[in-house]
Design a protein around this ligand. Sequence first.
Ligand SMILES: [Ca+2]
Ligand SMILES: [Ca+2]
Length: 302
Amino acid sequence: MRLAEVWKRLCAAGSLFLAASSSVSASSWDLSETTRSKWAAQELRQDKAPDGLPDGHIAKASKGDIGATWYSSPTTRYRHGVIGDAIEAGRLNVKDSAGTVHFLDLPESEVFEDRTPRLADLDGDGRTEVITIRSSSRGGGSVTLYGVRYGTLREIASTGFIGRANRWLNIAGIADYLGTGSLQIAYVETPHIGGTLRVFEFTGGPLREVLSARGFSNHAIGSRNLGLSATADMNGDGIADLLVPTNSRRELKALSLNSGTVREIASIKLPAELATDIHVERSAGGTAFLFGLDNGRFYRLK
Ligand SMILES: [Ca+2]
Ligand SMILES: [Ca+2]
């Protein structure tokens, strides 16, 4: 499948992690201070999820068989509390393209340890997948996919739980990092205690791990900010690359994944720890990344 087709599909699915339409040359990166006012207006204005988490929103898509998704049934039954508070979600909701709302309740031993689900047609079959972070009290986190099949919201595939209680993972991006025509999910497992970047591919069957690499972190424990990463073509080969912090979150690395291994395109040391989501700014002049550090200042990487 051509990149343009993948791009169109991502746009149609309303994915939060869009591949770049223009490349940025990571080999000549320049980090400069900026003001938040310059880029705060770009933040996605999302609707609050009904009966949802204090910080949960509705994800929407204009095409595909699912128009919206959100978490609800807030609960404190899962005593972990690493993403801003100890309130997690017990229910996943989707509104299908006909306007019918479907929901699915997790067992008491599990929660969605996440803020807002994501929508994308990962395998290109025209049916939208809902991409969630689902945790179990015994096994920790997983990436679990749901979809509407035969009129019912049901689980489609899962990475499986990490295997230990209170181990979490944070999704870093959804794009065709491999250049194969499907969309892959990149996430960092255990970002607080030394993280491992993992990339999984969904082509209709089970989720399949295609690569992993140690040494990355896209979340600070206790923070509500889950978007400490970005997706753009950073080496000009037309294939999406991933920008993600190293374990200290004081360095960003641009990674090309399309060879099936992690290849570093560029890296840049930061004057303090990355603290905010990374916003991607696209203009005729190229792509820039905007973010805040824990020194209270805001920066522009271009
Ligand atoms: Ca699909
Ligand atoms: Ca690339």
